[in-house]
Design a protein around this ligand. Structure first.
Ligand code: MRU
Length: 364
């Protein structure tokens, strides 16, 4: 992604041996970067959502483990770093997948060789994420082109939920990769951006990155999607996922299920874009996915920027009202038109995923 004429990724190795990130808690009001210099920094960044989005959480955790091994490369240090990072967020499977990859790459090595090998594995995870998202973007862009060819001269309207964008990955995004590639190919398109209460990742992050990429878009209240679908104003929906079962159930940001229900009722194609690292091959039922319960203050309060540039937080709910804040929900496979992966578009089913990933489907 170009930001002010300069190419950026969302995570990188810096000159001083640390790991650079964009502090996403400051967006869209200010663009700030920071350096993760320790295991503790990495764990805090994931927990407080300075980095977020399933693939980026995976890459950040991999770098976090490398930083931890730099501090203590012993078996005890490895175990401690793994535990600290695994506990940061429960839903996105990429976190555990990336930690597992780094552990496997270092556990047989002598302690003094571990940190360097772990950094190399984290680099590989980050590079692969870029290539995978570019590949799934090509398959998704073909889909958008096909829809565009059926309505010549008219704009393709795409609805997305949360931020499954550039900011949620190392580059390209998942749900946004097809959008960016179709846009770059000259397909006239427009994106409906669900604001995605309570943390507003759509309004804050997706809108910010689409703005930078010059992609036409409109931010809508979460409740507007069904109405727009009923009135023929959505040609397709594309969302991301934090964990997808081997049977094609999709866990994603809270509210995704309601959009899928509305899309099903209105005959709007509903696609999920995902790198295969987001598939949990051990699960056959989405109801088994652990759902993160987040702080109630995300619901009871809201923050924003005043006209004179101050960031303020205000309370929405009366004192004394209870609040609940499940961060994710599960959309059953039957509501999903297709899964856009790096190997092609699969039906959301055990057979569909097994046909694309036979070597993984054989394992449990
Ligand atoms: O809580 P977040 O902001 O980490 O949740 C992000 C999402 O739900 C994304 O849709 C998902 O991680 C897919 S990212 C490509």
């Amino acid at each position: 992604m170009q930001i002010d004429g300069k190419p950026w990724r969302t995570i990188w190795r810096d000159q001083a041996g640390g790991v650079g990130i964009i502090d996403q808690t400051c967006l869209p009001h200010s663009f700030e970067t920071l350096t993760l210099a320790s295991l503790q920094d990495a764990a805090v960044a994931i927990r407080t959502m300075q980095v977020r989005g399933a693939p980026l959480i995976g890459a950040a955790a991999a770098y976090g483990l490398a930083l931890g091994l730099d501090e203590d490369p012993t078996d005890i240090g490895l175990e401690r770093a793994h535990r600290a990072l695994a506990e940061t967020r429960p839903t996105a499977i990429n976190l555990r997948w990336a930690l597992g990859r780094v552990v496997d790459s270092v556990c047989a090595l002598l302690p003094e060789a571990r940190a360097e090998r772990a950094f190399a594995e984290a680099d590989a995870i980050a590079e692969e994420d870029v290539a995978i998202n570019a590949a799934l973007g090509r398959f998704g862009a073909e889909l958008i082109k096909e829809i565009a060819s059926k309505k010549p001269g008219r704009t393709v309207n795409i609805l997305t939920h949360c931020n499954a964008g550039w900011l949620a990955t190392v580059d390209w995004g998942t749900a946004t990769a097809p959008i960016y590639q179709a846009f770059q190919a000259g397909i006239p398109l427009h994106v409906w951006v669900d604001e995605t209460r309570p943390r507003n990742q759509g309004a804050f992050l997706t809108a910010w990155e689409l703005n930078h990429a010059g992609v036409p878009h409109t931010v809508i209240a979460d409740n507007a999607g069904g109405h727009l679908m009923q009135h023929g104003q959505v040609d397709l929906a594309i969302v991301g996922t934090d964990r997808t079962t081997r049977t094609g159930d999709v866990c994603n940001k809270i509210g995704t299920y309601l959009k899928a229900l509305a899309a099903h009722d209105c005959g709007v194609p509903f696609y999920v874009a995902l790198p295969s690292s987001t598939i949990d091959w051990t699960l056959t039922d989405g109801r088994a996915i652990p759902i993160e319960e987040r702080a109630g203050t995300e619901v009871s309060h809201i923050s924003g920027r005043t006209a004179d540039g101050r960031i303020v937080e205000v309370q929405l709910t009366p004192n004394g009202s209870g609040v609940a804040n499940p961060g994710f929900d599960v959309t059953p496979a039957r509501l999903i038109t297709g899964l856009i992966t790096e190997r092609g578009i699969a039906p959301a089913s055990a057979e569909g995923l097994a046909a694309l990933f036979p070597e993984r489907a054989r394992t449990r």
